[in-house]
Design a protein around this ligand. Sequence first.
Ligand code: ADP
Ligand code: MG
Length: 334
Amino acid sequence: MFNPLVAALIDALADPVILVEGQRLMAINRAARDQFGFRLANSDIRLAIRHPRVLAAITAARRTSLEVEGLGRADQPWLVEVTPIDEKVVMVRMTDRAAQRAAERMRVDFVANASHELRTPLAGILGFAETLAEKGAMDEATRRKFARTIESEAKRMLRIVTDLMALSRIEADRYLAPRMEIDLGALVRKCVEENRPLAERRGCAIATEIEEGVPAILGDETQLLQLADNLLGNAIRYGCTEGCDTVSVAVRRSGRDRVRLAVSDKGPGIAPEHLPRLTERFYRVDAARSRNSGGTGLGLAIVKHIAERHRGTLNIASALGTGTTITVDLPIAR
Ligand SMILES: Nc1ncnc2c1ncn2[C@@H]1O[C@H](COP(=O)(O)OP(=O)(O)O)[C@@H](O)[C@H]1O
Ligand SMILES: [Mg+2]
């Protein structure tokens, strides 16, 4: 009854598609069968589709599109597009909007979070600056204390803005494969040296273990340094607490075609419910603790994006009371 080419054509589409003539269901593609369980045996469209607005749009047989929920699973959003293809037949195409909605929500949340993170130190700066500007006596010690607070809050804002800029630069380069040949061992040694003062301030030793003859990887040096620095900085800041005074960094070959960077500590660890959210922007386990140690909540988001751009894989293993090990596997340059 139907041209087999038409059937093959709509089957090839990934979205659910049906063809309707009047109130009769004429063709159903594979995706529509899988997603909604539509069957031609129930050839009355009203038996297949119970959504009143969608049904009305189909039977009106005019070109329209509408956003609806409750077509299949109750909370799933769909875009339904009705397109007449001749005087009798309309094509109905349904596009899953869940991913798009989630991306939109993430963008809105991100702007809200970023504004909040910047507003808090800014409010502090304004308050102290106003107090300093007011006439009236103020002893030197108090004046200096206020000025210091302004300075540290401004530095916090600068760290946030710097991290946000780094994130957007990494995202902009997302589809651009990095091309520099990088000796990850040497890069990690440099990172360890840069973190030495921080570690010393906290009475923390860094154990470094670089395997001999690890092949070069293709990478972006600045970004890989950022990645290693964020991981090592976290291990020192959060993992070097009472009862644990050493963090370790290792570079070794992983399987035939990858190099592994592993940063671990034997600190308090991270509860399992936080693990899936750690790489979200501004997500912190303990916000006050992160802020006090100069954190922006963006470090692991930066790490994740850099690992992705390098076609690497990031793994976070942590348990309360045992410590944390974060590994990044990066492909060897061919
Ligand atoms: N090695 C670690 N041990 C314990 N907690 C950690 C460790 N690394 C990261 N975290 C937790 O993950 C959160 C997010 O880390 P990150 O994205 O680097 O942000 P920031 O360090 O700026 O707070 C931190 O606030 C901290 O709570
Ligand atoms: Mg951090």
